[in-house]
Structure formats: C-alpha cells, structure tokens
Write a protein that binds this ligand. Structure first.
Ligand code: PGA
Length: 261
C-alpha cells in the first residue's frame, strides 16, 4: 500500500522567523503522526533554518524549485547540491505558477527531475491541465505530454519513488474552484495509466499521486476517501499551522481507514 502524504507549499509567504514560528506550532501537534509523510516547502532563504528546526522530527521539507546544472554562471539560480546541503528531502517542480510566470516547460522539469535523483532528492512534480476537461479521460493527451516530459529521463525505480501532484491551473488559488473529488481521482487514475505505459506496472503502482488546488478543511476528506488519491498538497488553507495540523489529522485518519479495508 502506498504511504499517504500531507504537504504544504508556502510559496512566497514566510520569512525565516515566520517559518520557524510556524514549525514551532506545528511540530508538537503532529509529533505522534508517524504513519504518514508530512512535509513543508519553504522559501530558499529559510531552508537552512527550517532544517535545523525540523531536525529529529517526523516532518520532511523541500525546496520550491532548483536549476538542473551542478554549478556555473547561472545568476539567480540554486543548484541541486545547494538544496541537498540544506537537508531537503524533496524538491518541488512544475508548479503552475512557475510554468505560467517563469516559463518552466516539461523539458525543463524532465532535466530537473533527472538532476534531483542524481542528488538523492525526491522530486515532487506538479502537473495538470490548464482548462478543465469535460471528463478525466479527455485530459489523457495533456497528461501524457506533461508526464512524458517530466519522467522521460527517470528509470522505473526512480519513478516509483517520485511524487506526482495533480494541481490543475483552474483549481489553484481560487475560492470555490477546487476539483470535484471524483474528477481528481479520475485524473489520477488516468495519470497512473500513463505511467504504466511509460514505466511499467511496478512504477505505476508505487508512485504516489497527490491532489492540490483549493484544498481546505471542509473538502480534504472527500479526496482522501478515494484510494487513488495518496495525499494532499495544500496552499492557502495550510498557511495557519493549526489548520495544517488538522489537515494532517484528516490524512492520518484516512490512512488508518485504508489499512482496515
Ligand atoms: P491553494 O494552492 O491550496 O492555495 O489553491 C495550492 C497549490 O498551489 O499548491
């Protein structure tokens, strides 16, 4: 069975001090929740301090981006080695905001994913259609293109340990626009069939697939009720650490429910 994940990307929101204060609230509230993977994705500037704060806890963390090259004349970029040096377990890539505002392409994401694994970093690869399809299977061509580009340089074993986050552009950051749970689950089923074709059955069964896009305390359980959804990746609703701790609790409860069926 795939281990559930509950994560939050902080985008460009917290300073170093705010990041540490957030974690000081979160850590004791989720300390007993060992059966799922919990993670936060802070700003670059906070990574080192976040690493110190989270040392010895059950909360993982990652960077929001990185460049694929090891070093050199790439002003403003951060290398995979620099991300790894901060103690990151994960590195996020392909978020819609980066695709739209910073021209990140599937080809770039493919290079970043390759480079991440070269450094033992787990890529959290965001994907999703820009316009809502009338039914999930209609999105298969887009998913095939995105996942083909993102996963093309990875071995089946690396894909099995990669995290995919379905984050449709139309559902992110807009009140009331979250994808319906059945629709999100349908997309993840379709995405898994794409991975099955490109990297085989074992990778397809193992790769964890999250949903993100206007997740909140009211709708989170609806997604997790479907076993195609391996966890949630939350933005706004997790900017308050108490709320994120409650979301983690919902994840833990569903993880236990899955174990009993
Ligand atoms: P949101 O953001 O939860 O604020 O919609 C989700 C995301 O971008 O990961």
């Amino acid at each position: 069975m795939r281990r559930m994940m509950m994560g939050t990307g902080w985008k460009m929101n917290f300073t170093i001090g705010e990041s540490v204060r957030y974690l000081q609230t979160l850590i004791p509230r989720v300390a007993g929740d060992a059966e799922i993977d919990i993670f936060v994705v802070p700003s670059f500037t906070a990574l080192a301090e976040v690493g110190r704060t989270l040392h010895g806890t059950n909360i993982g963390f990652g960077a929001q981006n990185m460049f694929w090259e090891e070093r050199g004349a790439y002003t403003g970029e951060i290398s995979p080695g620099m991300v790894a040096e901060c103690g990151c377990r994960y590195v996020e890539m392909g978020h819609w905001e980066r695709r739209r505002l910073f021209a990140e392409t599937d080809e770039h994401i493919g290079k970043k994913a390759r480079s991440a694994w070269n450094h033992g970093l787990v890529p959290i690869i965001c994907f999703g259609e820009a316009e809502r399809a009338s039914q999930p299977d209609d999105a298969i061509p887009v998913l095939t293109e995105q996942l083909g580009g993102a996963l093309g340089k990875l071995t089946p074993d690396e894909v099995a340990r990669t995290v995919l986050a379905y984050e449709p552009a139309w559902a992110i950051g807009v009140e009331g626009q979250a994808a319906q749970p059945e629709y999100a689950a349908g997309i993840l089923r379709a995405a898994r069939s794409v991975v099955r074709r490109t990297h085989g059955e074992k990778a397809a069964e193992a790769v964890r697939m999250l949903y993100g896009g206007s997740v909140n305390l009211a709708n989170a359980a609806g997604y997790l009720a479907d076993s195609n959804v391996d966890g949630l990746f939350v933005g706004r609703a997790a900017l308050d650490p108490e709320a994120f701790a409650r979301l983690v609790r919902i994840g833990v409860e569903h993880s236990r429910l899955r174990e009993t069926v």
